[in-house]
Design a protein around this ligand. Structure first.
Ligand SMILES: [Zn+2]
Length: 326
């Protein structure tokens, strides 16, 4: 059995899992609060302690572990193993030598990968992307992350920065995005964008169950609450998901034209809306794309849930080890 550690460095929690990279099973896992306010040195020490602890509590030795893959939420330099910009972590971690520091503290070879590229790789190796050579992932939550597998390889681009599908521009006159560009998909179809459409409808006094469900407290409106209203037949709520799905369909149409994916995978909390989101997305793509066989593109939900990132990061560590050996 080949075992690697996959880690998810989140804004709230650090999670580490020992993965059997031949089957994709999670053998053992543990998590601790990130406490990112204490600064990156403290977080890296806590990560190293977590890795050593998870090895010990699984009854293993360091020698049983092939290496560590860390999925990190932001811009990285994969070649140097450095974080460049982690927008959700205090201090944002400019040029922090994360891989080298974890190697030094644990003695285990360590590689980095963007968190959604980790999800992409995990879903491709053992989840919804299994068995096909070209896959696009949209992970829809607070933001929209993305990833691409092209011709049987995780697409990296410069330093691993390629695959930011949430920052494809769908309206060049659109609102400013957190990334600094304008009219990115993320400003139209992320969780907060969907919630904002619900808030607007209630604030405008439209007749919708969303108002009742949130007890007229706009801060309580979430994509899940709007999906609940839509499931009970509320027209305004259905219309909100119709719009979000349309925007996703527009972005996915560009992906179809650019890379010809055999499968598009929707991950993240917002994807739990299911047909509400998938149907208008699929309709939009089918109606708009004519330069490739769009009817062959499958749109599917992610399969690995919260484990995709740690599985993908561990598989990435294995692949990096194989590449170094070869
Ligand atoms: Zn953007």
């Amino acid at each position: 059995m080949k075992r690697y550690i996959g880690c998810d460095l989140g804004g709230t929690n650090l999670r580490a899992a020992i993965i059997d990279v031949e089957t994709g099973s999670v053998l053992h896992q543990s998590s601790v609060p990130t406490l990112a306010r204490e600064g990156h040195e403290a977080v890296m020490r806590r990560m190293a302690d977590l890795f050593l602890q998870v090895i010990q509590s699984a009854g293993l030795q360091k020698e049983d572990i092939g290496g560590i893959g860390i999925g990190a939420p932001g811009v990285l330099d994969l070649e140097r193993g450095e974080t460049l910009f982690l927008p959700n972590l205090p201090g944002t971690w400019p040029h922090v030598p994360l891989a080298a520091t974890i190697l030094q503290l644990t003695g285990l070879p360590t590689v980095l990968l963007n968190d959604v590229r980790s999800i992409t790789f995990g879903e491709w190796c053992f989840g919804a992307g299994r068995g096909v050579d070209t896959v696009a992932v949209f992970a829809i939550g607070t933001g929209i992350g993305g990833g691409l597998v092209v011709n049987g390889q995780l697409h990296l681009g410069i330093g691993g920065t390629g695959g930011e599908l949430g920052h494809m521009v769908i309206n060049y006159n659109g609102p400013r995005c957190g990334c600094g560009n304008f009219g990115c998909l993320e400003t139209y179809a992320s969780g907060p964008a969907i919630a904002a459409m619900g808030m607007k409808a209630v604030a405008q006094g439209l007749t919708t169950k969303i108002g009742e469900l949130c007890e007229y407290d706009l801060n309580r409106i979430t994509p899940e609450l709007i999906a609940k209203a839509a499931a009970s037949g509320d027209e305004i709520a259905c219309d909100i998901y119709e719009k979000a799905g349309f925007y996703l369909g527009v972005a996915a149409s560009s992906i179809c034209a650019a890379v010809g994916p055999r499968r598009i995978i929707l991950a993240g909390g917002v994807a739990h809306a299911g047909k509400l989101l998938f149907d208008p997305m699929e309709r939009t793509m089918r109606a708009r794309v004519h330069v490739m066989p769009v009817e062959q593109v499958e749109i599917v939900p992610a399969l690995l849930g919260g484990n995709a990132g740690v599985i993908g990061a561990a598989c990435w560590a294995e692949q990096s080890a194989l590449n170094n050996a070869g």
